[in-house]
Design a protein around this ligand. Structure first.
Ligand code: GLC
Length: 578
């Protein structure tokens, strides 16, 4: 059976950033037992799977994405018994647990790298080691082998005297890349995945898995950077197929994080006939506010570009029988509600904050694919808003701050940019209550709790009609219940000149499925309109939609007249017909 015939369309996933979700023992860091204590909340929201970010032993240079032992639990997050209990308790509530497999690199403290440093040939061949450019012989580093820049700033190469070579690290210097061309490495990693599968895990997310197959020849990169040269490399599809086969996970829920990928490759990664992945995260839509493609240079979101990206990716993934993960937020992104305009009236009913949060929810949850909700998104959590660079913890944010100041920004300007773009915006503790620890911890949180927690929290929204949380519950319910959302086809429509900041698309069922839905009185066709405009606008309404009713929207009513739909600020409308 093909990946997206396995009810992927009916599935909703919730992402937990374990460090910041719920701290059960008061040490300021979230943990496995904290997650178990919130399973009833997740069942209330209605999600089917929970993806938990890495909780394996790690020096935490990159918050657990630097793993020193793949098959154990870091004591800061609990024990293997805690993990088994979480899996069992989640299963009792119909929730599957998904783990994060960081298989592109290890921590430099992993025993494999330590053995390589000690001179063990077998383990030296686990990593990517090269001589320097212009080196005159052993002991002379020369220059880095290529000009590639790491994701967190600085060269992708580090000279290591104990290796007598430069080693490749696409991320932090403590994250050496693994050599996937070595069959022994691939066998070890398949074993890791199998280990967790056998412990009752229901699915996997594969970290930066588009980067595992390095090019045959290492050449300097042009302006597109080393990452694009490495992405979707020559053996990536073959290695993924092998991993899925050897780990025995074909048919499980899987998602690949596809850094710097292309649409053609994403079709291939997820077409069921390839036996690679269930779905992919791609990131092009989260770069529409990067000035000249640069993360640390600000511009307002380019909504025309966003529309074009969604239209192209949705329609072409559909044509190629691929499948997308639908998302606005994760632990690497600033909060979408802040980013796309929801800055007014935070914590109150009716301002741009609440409208934009719901509109973004509609936009993602009504498209074709599998929606992901990142912790706190369902209550409208906003960017951190820290007043000092010392409040930030992320290695990337500190590197960027330093680089901005070195390039001539004032500290205040640099802090502003980091405030908009830092990954810590998505990593602040989950806001459960308005108490000082936000109900997240009884101790000192590892990352400061944003001031907004007194206004935006689960306690304030749970059970309150009209809250963002209740709206998200409704979105989840609709996906579970309506075939047209789960399985319908998708087509984007030009909203016309009256609404330059709107996104509009149709979903519909065909043949037998359409007949069945119609007979049951359920929607056969949907029209979704999302306005990213803080002002009023209006779209031309195709005739068929002129008298259609609302399925869900962030304003109670619909303003249709003649052939137009009047849109209020950040309005989201889903109309339906038989
Ligand atoms: C992914 C993770 C990110 C991490 C990086 C390196 O992008 O989501 O948090 O820093 O991979 O592992």
């Amino acid at each position: 059976m093909g990946a997206h015939e396995r009810d992927l369309g009916k599935t909703v996933v919730y992402q937990i950033y374990i460090k910041s979700f719920c701290d059960s023992d008061g040490d300021g860091t979230g943990d496995l037992r904290g997650i178990t204590s919130k399973l009833d909340y997740l069942a209330y929201l209605g999600v089917d799977y929970v993806w938990i970010t890495p909780f394996f032993p790690s020096p935490q240079r990159d918050n657990g994405y630097d793993i020193s032992d793949y098959c154990a639990v870091d004591p800061v997050f609990g024990t293997m018994d805690d993990f088994d209990e979480l899996v069992a308790e989640a299963r009792r509530r119909g929730i599957g647990i998904m783990l994060d497999m960081v298989l592109c690199h290890t921590s430099s403290e992993h025993v494999w790298f330590q053995r390589a440093l000690a001179g063990d040939e077998r383990y030296r061949s686990y990593y990517i080691l090269r001589d320097g450019r212009g080196s005159t012989g052993p002991g002379d580093p020369g220059e880095p082998p290529t000009n590639w820049q790491s994701a967190f700033g600085g060269s992708m190469w580090e000279w290591e005297p104990r290796l007598g070579k430069w080693y490749l690290h696409m991320h932090d210097v403590t994250q050496p890349d693994l050599n996937w061309d070595n069959p022994e490495v691939r066998a070890e990693l398949a074993q890791v995945v199998r280990f967790w599968r056998d412990r009752g895990v229901a699915g996997f997310r594969f970290d930066v898995v588009s980067l595992i197959s390095k090019p045959e020849v290492f050449e300097d990169a042009g302006p597109e950077g080393g990452r694009s040269l490495i992405a979707d490399g020559p053996h990536v599809h073959e290695y993924l197929q092998e991993l899925v086969r050897e780990a025995g996970i074909d048919g499980m829920l899987t998602v690949g994080e596809m850094a710097a990928t292309t649409l053609e490759n994403c079709v291939r990664y997820t077409n069921p006939a390839s036996h690679e992945l269930g779905m992919v995260f791609s990131f092009h839509h989260l770069k529409v506010d990067y000035l000249n493609g640069k993360k640390w240079a600000l511009q307002d979101p380019d909504i025309a570009r966003l529309r074009e990206l969604f239209a192209t990716w949705q329609e072409r993934m559909q044509e190629g029988h691929g499948w997308s993960a639908l998302f606005w937020n994760n632990h690497d992104q600033p909060r979408a509600v802040t980013r796309f305009g929801g800055r007014e009236g935070v914590g109150e009913a009716g301002g741009s904050w609440e409208l934009a949060a719901k509109m973004l929810g509609v936009c993602a949850h009504l498209m074709q694919g599998t929606p992901y909700i990142f912790q706190g998104e369902e209550i409208g959590m906003v960017n951190a808003g820290y007043a000092s660079i010392d409040d930030y913890r992320d290695v990337e944010s500190h590197n960027a701050y330093r680089a901005l100041v070195e390039a001539g920004s004032t500290p205040a300007e640099a802090l502003h940019v980091v405030g908009e773009r830092s990954r810590d915006n998505g990593r602040t503790p989950m806001q459960w209550t308005d108490a000082p620890g936000a109900g997240f911890t009884a101790g000192e949180p590892w990352l400061a709790i944003p001031a907004s927690s007194v206004l935006v929290n689960v306690a304030a929204e749970k059970g309150r009609p009209g809250s963002i949380l209740e709206f998200y519950r409704e979105l989840v319910r609709l996906r579970h219940e309506l075939g047209v959302i789960a399985d319908g086809r998708v087509r984007f429509i030009d909203p016309g000149v009256g609404a330059p900041r709107a996104i509009m698309f149709e979903r519909w069922l065909e043949s037998e499925a359409a007949r069945e839905a119609a007979e049951a009185g359920a929607p056969v066709r949907l029209l979704t309109v999302c306005s990213f405009d803080e002002g009023a606008s209006s779209v031309d309404l195709p005739d068929a939609w002129c008298s259609a009713e609302q399925l869900i929207g962030n304003y109670g009513d619909v303003r249709q007249c003649g052939g137009t739909l009047a849109l209020r600020p950040f309005e989201a409308q889903v109309l339906w017909t038989r």
